[in-house]
Structures are given as structure tokens and as C-alpha cells.
Write a protein of this length. Sequence first.
Length: 92
Amino acid sequence: MTQQIIVGLIVALAAIYAVWRWMPAGWRRSAAARLASGSQRAGLVDAQRAQQLAKSLAKTSGCGSCDSCGSCATPAAPSTDKRQQTPATHKP
């Protein structure tokens, strides 16, 4: 029985993590703010820790939910310097 409860908790936490990870950035920011303010109202954290909690929960861990992190930006234009484009040849 205990083993089934532990497995159920692990599966539930994994599902919550997956939903949080792939949630749109705007939803994640508002949910993080609500979660932080709720923990402050419950007396679990003070105002400063609630703000830190909201900031840390609103961050994304990588690609997957665009929030203008800049990783999808277009690459820099190729250089027009002729010295870098032509290979050096050595004449004997």
C-alpha cells in the first residue's frame, strides 16, 4: 500500500512538472505570482521571499516555451571581409 502511494506521488509530481514546463510563459508568470502570494497569505514565507519565489518559478529552464530569450534569433550576417573568405595559398 505504501509503495503504491509513493509511486502515485512520483507520477503526480512528474505530471505537474511537465505541465509547468510546457505551460505558456504568460500563464507560468501569473501562476507563479498567485502561488507566491498564496504562500505569503498562508504565512509560509514573508513578502521578500514571496517575490523571490515568484521570480524563480516564472523562469524557464530552456527552450520550449518562447519568452524572447534570444536563442531563436537570426544568426549574425556573414562577414564581408575578403581576407577571411579566401584560403591562403603559398607560392613556392
